[in-house]
Design a protein around this ligand. Structure first.
Ligand code: G3P
Ligand code: MG
Length: 247
């Protein structure tokens, strides 16, 4: 199995920050997952929660704050003093880093209730078009099938993965609708039978968010392709994984 650094190397640096992405690259990860949503003035920003309360020194919804307001927040102190001064990155900044370092990015399209999915997809696609990144370096994912359908209109050549906590009974129908490349599901609820079905239907299978190799020992044997993890460092010595980390 291969590894994707979840929100960057988020066990060693504040999630979804430049430091977390740089650490993942330094560590030798070939792929990084990040979350994207729009600021109040429609700039795609890399941030997981609907509000800035947990991961910054500010308060309020990301979608109510302008890019300038978001940029003034400290996104590192909540994690540790060492990261004081860290800021919320834009998607454009991370794509620029990924293009120069030739690293793959799994862009999770975050949709919260009331979110304008069409606007999110339009703006994200625009940032990608203006970046130097190759389409092959990118993979969209979302819990929202609507967002995956919509992004197909704006960026048809970039692969798509459906996020589910548990894979539904009618998974094939949904994957066909979005012409999916991959399925991303919670490792805790995945069964061997589901794995076989997804793999024999021709899709990649990624599991989130497993932070200890022993939790996904069987998953590799079943046929899971990739583990999305906060702790790629804990997998280095695991025999269950191919040595994809160049450290
Ligand atoms: O993409 C896998 C994982 O990131 C999905 O859940 O909440 O961590 O964005 P979440
Ligand atoms: Mg995510």
């Amino acid at each position: 199995m291969k590894l994707t650094a979840h929100r960057g190397l988020s066990s060693l640096a504040p999630e979804n920050t430049l430091s977390a992405f740089k650490k993942a690259i330094q560590f030798g990860c070939d792929s990084i997952e990040l979350d994207v949503q729009l600021s109040a003035d429609h700039i795609p920003v890399v941030f997981h929660d609907q509000t800035v309360n947990r991961c910054t020194n500010g308060q309020g919804k990301v979608s109510d704050l302008t890019w300038h307001e978001l940029r003034l927040l400290d996104a590192g102190l909540w994690f540790s003093d060492e990261f004081e001064g860290e800021y919320i990155p834009s998607l454009a900044e991370i794509l620029s880093l990924a293009a120069s370092k030739k690293i793959n990015i799994n862009i999770e399209l975050k949709t919260f209730p009331g979110c304008d999915i069409d606007l999110l997809c339009e703006k994200v696609a625009l940032v990608i078009m203006e970046s130097e990144i190759d389409d092959e370096q990118l993979l969209f994912s979302s819990f929202s099938t609507d967002a995956l359908l919509c992004i197909t209109q704006y960026a048809p050549t970039i692969r798509r993965g459906q996020l589910w906590q548990t894979i539904p009974y009618d998974f094939l129908n949904i994957l066909q609708q979005i012409d999916a490349y991959s399925v991303h599901c919670d490792y805790r609820f995945l069964t061997e039978q589901q794995t076989v079905k997804v793999k024999s239907a021709g899709f990649q299978l990624h599991c989130y968010t497993a932070n200890f190799p022993e939790l996904v020992k069987e998953h590799g044997n079943w046929g899971v392709d990739r583990i999305i993890t906060d702790t790629p460092q804990s997998f280095v010595k695991s025999k269950a994984l191919e040595p994809v980390l160049d450290i």
